[in-house]
Design a binder for this molecule. Structure first.
Ligand code: S3P
Length: 439
C-alpha cells in the first residue's frame, strides 16, 4: 500500500444527473509531450491531463533538457529540440506508475547517444518489459532488465538501429508505439503487424506532426530519418475516465448524464459497444473533430442491463475499461462471460483477480478464469474492498456503491490521481455521495 492510505467511501444507492467534462486523454497527453519534445518548433497543447502519469512523461523530457511551460489549466507549451536534441539526464528517469511512459520511452531512447536508466514504483517495477526489449534488441538496441524481465530498464546509448518487420504476439498499442518511435531513428523501414486493432493515437499524431505513416490492413510502417514539425494539439476528454460515469449512469435508475467532449476514436470505443450490447441507453451528440481525433458528447441514461458473452474482438478496444464493465456485469441480469483478456492480469494490478476478490466481498458471484472472468449479476451488498493501488479498480468500485445496499469503502486509492485527479469532484457534481479520507 502507498504511504498514505487514501480511502474512498461511497454511500449506498442514488443516481447520476447532470453534465461534466472529464479530464484530458491520458494516452494522447503522453504522446503530445513526447512528439512535441522531438519536433522542430513550439508545440501548444490544450486539455493536457495533469495526472501523475503524463506528468511523469513531462518531467522526464524536462530532465532531458526540453523547456516545457505549464501545465496551467491544461495548457502546456513544449519547446521542441528536434529528434536529435535530447540531453543525458543527470540521474535515472523515475516514471512512477506509468507503463505507457516506460514502454514508449524505451523505444524513443534506444537510439540516443547517451546511456539512460528508467525506473518506476512498486507496481511498474513488476510489469513485463520483454515485450518491448526483445523486438528493440532485434533492431539493434541494448537494454538490460531484471532477471524477470521487469524494470529498471538500463539502456546503452550509441546504438545504430535497423528497421524490422515485427509481428506482435498480442494487440498492444504500447508495444506498437514503442517500435514506431524507435523506427524514427532506425535505418530503413520499421513495420509492426498487429493481431487486432489497438489504439492508434501514435500513428495519428505522427501524421499530425508531418511524419509519414503507412498503413496496410493490420500493418503499420514508418521510414527512419524524417523530422517532426511542431503543431497545436487539442486533447479530447478521456473515454477511459468517462467510462466510470457511463457505467455509473447505466446501472442506476433515473440517471441521465452528459459527458462533454470525449474522444470516440474507433480504437477506443469498446466500452460503448459492450455496454450497448448489454442494453445500455447511450447516445452520441455533437460529433466533431479535435485535431486528428473524433470527439462527441456522450449521453447515458439508466437502464436494465443484460449479461452477455463479450466478443473477443472488443477486448483491445476496451482494454482499460474492464474494471468498470465488471461492475456493470455485476448489476446485469444473468451471466457475463469474458475470454481472451489475459492482458488484464499484467496491468497496474492483476485486474481479473483483484476485481473478482472485490466483487466477491460485495456479495457477487465472480469466478476468475485464466484469460477472463464469469460474473453472475446479483445484489451488491456493502463492504470494504482493496484497489491494490490500481486507479481504475478504485474508481470502478466507487460506481458499485450506486447499486449497493450499504456503503462501499475502497482502500489504497492514492493512484486515482495518476489518471483522474478530479474524480471525486466530478462524482459529487453528478450527485454521488462520496468522500475521500487520508489515513
Ligand atoms: C496505452 C495502451 C494500453 C493501455 C494503457 C495505455 C497507451 O496498454 O492499457 O493504459 O497509451 O498506449 P497496452 O497497449 O499494453 O494494451
Amino acid at each position: 500500500m502507498s504511504e498514505n492510505n487514501i480511502v474512498i467511501t461511497v454511500a449506498a444507492g442514488g443516481s447520476l444527473k447532470g453534465q461534466i467534462q472529464v479530464p484530458g486523454d491520458k494516452s494522447i497527453s503522453h504522446r503530445a509531450v513526447m512528439l512535441g519534445s522531438l519536433a522542430d518548433g513550439v508545440t501548444e497543447i490544450h486539455g493536457f491531463l495533469e495526472g501523475d502519469d503524463p506528468m511523469a512523461t513531462l518531467q522526464a523530457f524536462r530532465a532531458m533538457g526540453v523547456r516545457i511551460e505549464g501545465p496551467e489549466r491544461g495548457h502546456v507549451v513544449v519547446h521542441g529540440v528536434g529528434l536529435h536534441g535530447l540531453k543525458q539526464p543527470p540521474r535515472p528517469l523515475y516514471l512512477g506508475n506509468s507503463g505507457t511512459s516506460m514502454r514508449l520511452l524505451s523505444g524513443l531512447l534506444a537510439a540516443q547517444p547517451f546511456d539512460i536508466t528508467l525506473t518506476g514504483d512498486e507496481s511498474l517495477s513488476g510489469r513485463p518489459m520483454r515485450r518491448v526489449t526483445e523486438p528493440l534488441a532485434a533492431m539493434g538496441a541494448r537494454i538490460g532488465t531484471s532477471e524477470e524481465g521487469t524494470p529498471p530498464l538500463k539502456i546503452s546509448g550509441g546504438q545504430q538501429l535497423q528497421g524490422i518487420d515485427y509481428e506482435m504476439p498480442v494487440a498492444s498499442a504500447q508495444v506498437k508505439s514503442c517500435l514506431l518511435l524507435a523506427g524514427l531513428y532506425a535505418t530503413g523501414r520499421t513495420c509492426v503487424v498487429e493481431p487486432g486493432p489497438s489504439r492508434d493515437h501514435t500513428e495519428r499524431m505522427l501524421q499530425g506532426f508531418g511524419y509519414a505513416v503507412e498503413r496496410d490492413g493490420n500493418k503499420v510502417c514508418v521510414q527512419g530519418g524524417g523530422a517532426l514539425q511542431a503543431m497545436r494539439i487539442e486533447v479530447p476528454g478521456d473515454i477511459s475516465s468517462a467510462a466510470f460515469f457511463m457505467v455509473g449512469a447505466a446501472i442506476s435508475e433515473d440517471s441521465d448524464v452528459l459527458l462533454k467532449n470525449v474522444g470516440i476514436n474507433p480504437t477506443r470505443i469498446g466500452v460503448i459497444n459492450i455496454l450497448r450490447q448489454m442494453g445500455a441507453d447511450i447516445t452520441l451528440e455533437n460529433e466533431n473533430e479535435a485535431g486528428a481525433e473524433p470527439v462527441a458528447d456522450i449521453r447515458v441514461r439508466g437502464s436494465r442491463l443484460q449479461g452477455i458473452t463479450i466478443p473477443e474482438q472488443q477486448v483491445p478496444l476496451a482494454i482499460d475499461e474492464f474494471p468498470a464493465l465488471f461492475v456493470a456485469a455485476a448489476c446485469a441480469e444473468g451471466e457475463t462471460v469474458l475470454t481472451g483478456a489475459r492482458e488484464l492480469r499484467v496491468k497496474e494490478s492483476d485486474r481479473i483477480q483483484v476485481m473478482a476478490d472485490g466483487l466477491l466481498k460485495l456479495g457477487i458471484d465472480a469466478r476468475p478464469t485464466e484469460d477472463g472472468i464469469v460474473i453472475q449479476g446479483g445484489r451488491i451488498g456493502g463492504g470494504t474492498v482493496d484497489s491494490h493501488g490500481d486507479h481504475r479498480i478504485a474508481m470502478a468500485f466507487a460506481m458499485a456503491g450506486l447499486r449497493a445496499s450499504s456503503p462501499v469503502v475502497i482502500n489504497d486509492c492514492a493512484n486515482v490521481k495518476t489518471s483522474f485527479p478530479d474524480f471525486i469532484e466530478c462524482a459529487w457534481r453528478l450527485g454521488m455521495t462520496i468522500k475521500e479520507t487520508t489515513w
